[in-house]
Design a protein around this ligand. Structure first.
Ligand code: FES
Ligand SMILES: [Fe+2]
Length: 369
């Protein structure tokens, strides 16, 4: 059967190939999947009656919250003459364009054209600016990419922390295409180099690791295990630790650390801004009350970590500008291969209107880090 066109992807898929040294990278690194939730921003950044602007998924958006507390997102363009709606105002109910005063409700439909005289009949309700579905959970606001299905799935949630509030959020813009940011999330071999520091790891502390992976919802999970003994920051959380790391499309990493009856969860979410820029957000939740005192430390650590990843992909851009062929090796890059396989399968399943069949099989991966 011929490969279906990758219509749910925003960019072309290249053919995969292999060589002796490893597998070549397989897809347009800027392509993102439609039909999934992407992290937009923390809910708290959109107050009732507020209008904030963001560029996400290649679109400039306004994100607003009504006086009643309902969030919505519209394309930041007035359908009349194209001025950004964000140049206008929002009264907690409707957005008013600053040019001719046309008004738009939370569904993007035009509700008023002030220049019309009483006897002029004009079907302004047919005029609309594009609305993007949004959903909120656990203090996060998510935006849906692509056409809205009849029934939207619930937005992503971190496990077993239902109703919890987020403690620390760190967002940074990476000057790279989506895949390079996503692959950094699951790359086990860069730790001792990129995150080398007294509180995390050093080259000297690197040792061989073997981790069991199982397929999980839209991705795979590094099964529950004792965290690396070479990560000093883990020691902060106390003695008897276990960690589990789940990855799922479109670029979400959820690390759940249990420490006795307490829990610490890190969510890392990657959202394309456009073809060349990617938003990376780290959200931390915890149940240990004493950790609240160390919130500034947790924030500093998050900023350091994300900043180190940002610095390395910024340097990487200088090489990628020459469009080199890239390699993915076993086993250190097997998760990156799985990411590409999941992405391809998701696109194919959407094109064929069938459920996603997880291409990942249970496996132990070994590497030194
Ligand atoms: S451009 Fe917005 S109302 Fe005219
Ligand atoms: Fe990293």
């Amino acid at each position: 059967m011929p490969e279906p066109q990758a219509s749910p992807l925003s960019g072309p898929l290249q053919q995969s190939g292999a060589n002796d040294a490893g597998e070549r990278q397989q897809a347009d690194p800027a392509a993102w999947l439609d039909g999934l939730w992407y992290y937009a921003l923390p809910s708290s950044q959109v107050k009732p009656g507020a209008m904030v602007t963001r560029t996400l998924l290649g679109e400039t958006l306004i994100l607003c919250r009504t006086s009643e507390g309902e969030a919505f997102a519209l394309r930041d363009i007035c359908p009349h003459r194209g001025i950004p709606l964000s140049c206008g105002s929002f009264d907690g109910r409707e957005v008013t364009c600053c040019y001719h005063g046309w008004r738009f409700d939370r569904t993007g439909h035009c509700t008023a054209i002030p220049s019309l005289t009483d006897d002029q009949r004009f079907e302004f309700t047919k005029i609309r600016t594009r609305r993007f579905p949004v959903a909120e959970a656990q203090g996060n606001l998510w935006i849906w990419a692509g056409a809205q299905p009849d029934v939207l799935p619930p937005p992503p949630q971190v496990p077993e922390m239902h109703g919890s509030q987020q403690r620390v959020v760190e967002t940074q813009e990476f000057p790279c295409a989506l895949d390079h940011a996503v692959i950094g999330l699951m790359d086990p071999a860069h730790g001792p180099y990129v995150h080398q520091s007294w509180y995390w790891r050093s080259l000297r502390s690197a040792h061989e690791k073997a981790k069991r992976f199982v397929p999980s919802d839209l991705g795979f999970t590094m099964a529950r295990h004792k965290p690396s003994r070479n990560a000093a920051a883990y020691k902060l959380l106390g003695g008897d630790l276990e960690t589990e790391i789940a990855f799922r499309l479109p670029g979400l990493r959820i690390e759940t650390i249990t420490a006795g009856r307490h829990r610490f969860v890190g969510l890392t979410a990657v959202t394309p801004i456009d073809m060349n820029r990617t938003q990376v957000t780290q959200v931390m939740y915890w149940t240990m009350p004493w950790l609240n005192l160390l919130k500034p430390v947790a924030r500093w650590l998050a900023r350091q970590f994300v900043g180190q990843d940002r610095a390395i992909v910024t340097q990487q851009q200088r090489g990628l500008a020459q469009r080199p062929a890239l390699l993915l090796i076993d086993d250190a890059d097997t998760q990156a291969k799985w990411y590409y396989a999941c992405k391809r399968e998701f696109a194919r399943a959407a094109a064929e209107r069938r459920p996603f069949v997880n291409p990942v099989t249970e496996q132990v991966l070994r590497w030194r880090s």
